[in-house]
Write a protein that binds this ligand. Structure first.
Ligand SMILES: [Ca+2]
Length: 181
């Protein structure tokens, strides 16, 4: 009877392990195409292009950054082009008698949407973006705000002289789910 040599069994074992490791490294596509900007110095440095203050942290430990003017811009690195859902956790600067804050989104210069944010509580904004507006690589996501005001001038007792429009905790983008036919 023909026997299988131990050396051949070793080769099979190493081959199987290599294939398993290669499969694990590749990972599910859903993770590779999930972009997340956490607004912290460890992961976001270099992505905040203009209109931003420094790194801050809430009492709960959430990292965030204030937008300092009526325009701010952040880069998002996209590995693929497709229709994407964009979500972000934000809260606007509010003061007595202020109007609703408004935020308008531009992706690579394409105006996408304007949304009202009328509460100072953290809010998750969600909107859809078309494939045609994305490029593979570095994308510019720009925001325009209805106002940027200084706490020192608007709220008695506050010393912060910066002009603030909206604080950003995180932004994420991922391929839109296709409707089942
Ligand atoms: Ca954060």
């Amino acid at each position: 009877m023909r026997t299988i040599r131990p050396a051949f069994l070793s080769f099979l074992f190493v081959f199987a392990c290599s294939a398993l490791v290669a499969g694990c490294k590749k990972g599910p596509a859903v993770f590779a195409d999930h972009m997340f900007v956490n607004f912290d110095p460890e992961t976001t440095d270099g992505l905040l292009k203009k209109g931003w203050s420094g790194w801050e942290r809430t009492p709960e430990g959430d990292t965030f950054v204030w937008s300092l003017s009526r325009v701010a811009e952040v880069s998002i690195m996209a590995p693929t082009k497709n229709d994407k859902t964009v979500r972000m956790r934000v809260w606007p600067f509010r003061y007595p008698g202020c109007p609703n804050q408004q935020i308008t989104f531009y992706l690579n210069g394409v105006r996408l949407k304007t949304m009202d944010v009328g509460t100072e509580k953290p809010t998750v904004l969600t909107f859809e973006t078309p494939e045609a507006a994305w490029i593979v690589g570095e994308n510019s996501l720009k925001f325009e705000f209805a106002y940027a005001e200084s706490p020192k001038e608007r709220i008695p007792g506050f010393e912060d002289q910066r002009t603030l429009s909206m604080a950003f905790d995180w932004i994420e983008a991922f391929p839109m789910k296709k409707a089942k036919s």
